[in-house]
Design a protein around this ligand. Structure first.
Ligand code: EPU
Length: 420
């Protein structure tokens, strides 16, 4: 298992190219299941999670190639001869559940292992199952697997989410494209990654209205065809580098990103004291003065993303004042707190909130990554800390960040990756 050793205190200067979004690439890759032929997906990040999704697709009989020169994935979904997603793959990536909807739509059957426990909360998939039930799918649980069958195909219906679920909305969207009749999803999630999927599905011949809103209307069609689509820029990777430069100082230009997808984090970072200049597809950010603490409450999009909560907490540890960070999406997403405290942070947890007392003098320590975004938060703390920080279990970072250490080193950070 690899580990990162970060020498703190080196400001970041230069430019970083933002990669395609993990959480957009995964549903787009799953959507290729819906139609035979060769799909071309551009801007797909090469991550552990996207590799896992390729293994899943392969296990169904789908073939693929990566075209290195323009970062494209060529996925040929003509052959589909298996509809079981095995525990071995699903246990390493919860987003594997995204294959459930498209398998049911194209094959009328699916058998997908239930994801097990998760470091950030219980994360059940009951909304996915209830929604598919509304589309006429018969679902059973058998030996840890969800088995779905829709003899005679799926039937459109009304699906209302109790709370907006990102992958739940994506699963129902994909399933409904080939259902008979009309499906209406109410209280749908509005994350930009869902808009990316809607565009791809419409490009395949689907009929979906309401893109970007919480009400999606899908008129089922008889068949879909292969298409070409582009993965949107990763707003969480963008936000992570913005917070990193806030923590350690310097001036960065983030290119190939979409500033419109980061309205809430950019507002917060301005209030914290950063200078931010937005272009069409780039953001310039500089830290010139001190940092002021702000309160944060995670919310579904367009609110402050839960996937940046851990990173901004690392920043609040060294800002001036007190910050209350409230996590409303996941019930156990404070695993980074204990590790940040080992580096000198002053944080108390009170139910869903973390109370962070600022102006801590962070110092390097041995810490352990517990999940993807918690790991990013430890990297940020390590960049700002005095001395060396050793972060073990780096495989969490590899799941979702494209060459994080390399990208940071090219703008002035000093990070080594070693085998433990
Ligand atoms: N929920 C249920 N039942 C369900 C589905 C969700 O109770 O059937 C609950 C969840 O437990 C959570 C809330 O609803 O409390 C919202 O969860 P959501 O379903 O939106 O999360 P997700 O679709 O499983 C995606 C991202 C996560 C991101 C969340 C929230 C992907 C592949 N994953 O997860 O990304 O945190 O939305 O924005 O898109 C990450 O990238 O690090 C990550 C965890």
């Amino acid at each position: 298992m690899d580990k990162l050793i970060i020498e703190g205190g080196h400001p970041l200067n230069g430019s970083i190219r933002i990669s395609g979004a993990k959480n957009a690439a995964l549903p787009l890759m799953a959507a290729t299941i819906l139609a035979p032929g060769q799909h071309v997906l551009h801007n797909v990040p090469d991550l552990r999670d996207t590799r896992t999704m390729l293994l899943l697709l392969e296990s169904f009989g789908i073939t693929w190639q990566r075209r290195k020169k323009d970062n494209a994935l060529l996925i040929d979904a003509t052959n589909l001869d298996n509809f079981e997603a095995s525990y071995d793959l699903v246990k390493t990536m919860r987003a594997s559940v995204l294959v459930l909807g498209p398998l049911l739509a194209r094959m009328g059957a699916a058998r997908v292992s239930l994801p097990g426990g998760c470091a950030i909360g219980a994360r059940p998939i009951d909304f996915h199952m209830q929604g598919l039930g509304r589309l006429g799918v018969e679902l059973n649980l058998d030996q840890g697997y969800v088995e779905g069958r829709a003899e005679g195909g799926l039937q459109g219906g009304d699906v209302v989410f109790d709370i907006p679920s990102v992958t739940g909305t994506e699963n129902i969207l994909m399933a409904a494209t080939l259902a008979r009749g009309v499906t209406v999803i109410k209280n749908a999630a509005r994350e930009p990654e869902i808009g990316n999927l809607v565009d791809m599905l419409n490009g395949m011949g689907a009929k979906i209205e309401g893109r970007g809103s919480d009400r999606l209307v899908i008129r089922g069609v008889d068949e879909l065809h292969a298409t070409e689509a582009r993965v949107i820029p990763d707003r969480i990777e963008t936000g992570t580098y913005l917070i990193a430069v806030a923590a350690v100082g310097g001036e960065l230009t983030l290119t190939h990103c979409n500033p419109d997808h980061l309205a809430s984090p950019l507002d917060k970072l301005r209030a914290i004291g950063l200078e931010i200049e937005k272009g069409d597809d780039q953001i310039k950010v500089a830290r010139n003065g001190g940092l002021k603490s702000v309160d944060i409450k995670t919310m579904p999009y367009p609110g402050f993303p839960t996937d940046l909560q851990a990173q901004i907490m690392a920043l609040m540890c060294i800002s001036r004042g007190l910050s209350v960070i409230t996590e409303t999406i996941f019930e156990n997403r404070f695993m980074h707190v204990a590790e940040l405290k080992r580096m000198g942070a002053d944080i108390k947890i009170d139910a869903k909130s973390a109370i962070v007392k600022g102006e801590a003098e962070l110092s390097g320590a041995q810490v352990m990554a517990t999940d993807l975004r918690a790991s990013a938060s430890l990297v940020i703390a390590g960049l700002a800390a005095a001395g060396e920080t050793h972060i073990s279990r780096v495989y969490h970072l590899d799941r979702g960040y494209d060459d994080l250490a390399g990208k940071l080193n090219r703008v002035g950070a000093v990070i080594r990756r070693i085998e433990e």
